[in-house]
Design a protein around this ligand. Structure first.
Ligand code: UD1
Length: 365
């Protein structure tokens, strides 16, 4: 029997990271199954990415859905264990930092199955972020730690992870971006959304630290208010953010803004809108990387980033929810004095190939 590998996805930022790996696994005729935990389940948060990226239907769907952290994680633990004991699996591959990542890594490790973590070693050093806890714990129990940037290698070594488990392979998100660049370019979205190239800003916001408390969300709306006075703003809104705008009765604050508000959009549409935008304001992790690769200015509405290379070499600047900083950098961008960004090491479209080579060598496939 050929060795069997499980690939796990759960939430939106996982889907693009698994697509290039599936392509490479198919090319190399590696026996795998795709497991979707169902942490994200709406069409716009999940299925559209499968369609856009040509990801096959999951072989196994755990249908977990939304719940508190404890309940969501616990449900994944229970359901994934039931699946994993049914057949002999040689490796479980998890990606990113969501609850599904940690839960599935934990189940596999306790069943003595090897775990590979793609995007290991990133650290915000902010233990109030659920993702930071997921990252730290997943890395401690992983057997293969695939990193996107050198800072991650340093973090892992500092945490006592032995060097022979750490592989600096580059950024798999950039693989999928490069694979889809031409397709995304062909979409004519500027007409659809009444936008002009380089004459709009793109926003995404969903972190609990920005949207779960009324005062925090109001601070973000203040920044958006300043931005929309300068330029039209396109804002595909995350379900968490939408829910909270309604809950805090803040919808009226954005009603009259120079804003195109829409439901979350697919991968190809978002890529097209990123590359044609003047600037991006976000609290996402992945978008800091994608914008840096595309050399589009990106202002990150967080206190810190776990992806410091995007600041040192990319186009990213941390502004938190500070309106003074926001104004300063927005003005810099509009006067074309903002940093331009450089090419980043191993963000070259070859990461999935490097990962597959390492997996094959180590598992004797
Ligand atoms: C999760 C990840 C975060 C990632 C983000 C991308 C964790 C801890 N967080 O945060 O790292 O950046 O996904 O989106 O894993 N909801 C829907 N439909 C869906 C999914 C969610 O309506 O398909 C709503 C639910 O009401 C839910 C809320 O959004 O309560 C939040 O979803 P959840 O998966 O808990 O966390 P995210 O904020 O999406």
């Amino acid at each position: 029997m050929p060795k069997l590998i499980y690939l796990v996805v759960g939430a939106r930022p996982n889907f693009m990271k698994i697509a290039p790996l599936i392509k490479e696994f198919k090319k190399e005729k590696i026996n795998f199954k795709l497991i979707h935990t169902g942490q994200h389940y709406d069409y716009n948060m999940s299925k559209v990415f499968f369609d856009d990226l040509g990801i096959p239907e999951p072989d196994i769907h755990l249908n977990i859905g939304s719940a508190s952290h404890a309940v969501q994680t616990a449900k994944i633990l229970i359901e994934f264990e039931k699946v994993l004991v049914r057949e002999k699996v040689s490796l479980v591959v998890v990606v990113g930092d969501v609850n599904s990542t940690l839960a599935c890594a934990l189940v596999a490790k306790k069943l003595h199955i090897k775990v590979a973590h793609i995007e290991a070693g990133l650290r915000s050093f902010n233990m109030e972020m659920p993702e930071e806890i997921n990252r730290l714990l997943t890395d401690q129990i992983s057997d293969f730690l695939f990193t996107t940037e050198k800072s991650a290698v340093i973090n892992l070594k500092r945490e006592g992870i032995s060097s022979d488990k750490i592989f600096f392979v580059g950024n798999i998100m950039i693989d999928v971006l490069i694979m889809n660049l031409e397709k995304a370019k062909e979409l004519n979205l500027l007409d659809k959304y009444e936008l002009k190239k380089n004459k709009y800003a793109l926003i995404t916001l969903h972190r609990p630290s920005n949207v779960d408390k009324k005062e925090d969300l109001k601070k973000m709306l203040n920044i958006i208010k300043f931005l929309q006075e300068k330029v039209k703003v396109f804002f595909p809104i995350h379900p968490r953010t939408k829910k909270n705008l309604e809950l805090f009765d803040l919808e009226k604050d954005i009603e009259n803004m120079n804003l195109y508000l829409t439901k979350p959009i697919g991968y190809l549409e978002f890529l097209n809108l990123m590359m044609n935008s003047k600037l991006i304001l976000t609290d996402s992790g992945g978008i800091q990387e994608e914008a840096s690769f595309l050399k589009i200015p990106v202002l990150t509405a967080r206190k810190e980033t776990e992806r410091p290379i995007t600041i040192d070499e990319g186009t990213n600047t941390i502004i938190g929810n500070d309106i003074i900083k926001a104004k300063r950098y927005i003005q810099e961008i509009f006067s074309n004095n903002y940093k331009k960004g450089k090419d980043i090491e191993k963000w070259d479209g070859q990461t999935a190939k490097r990962i597959v080579r390492i997996i094959k060598e180590n598992l004797n496939i």
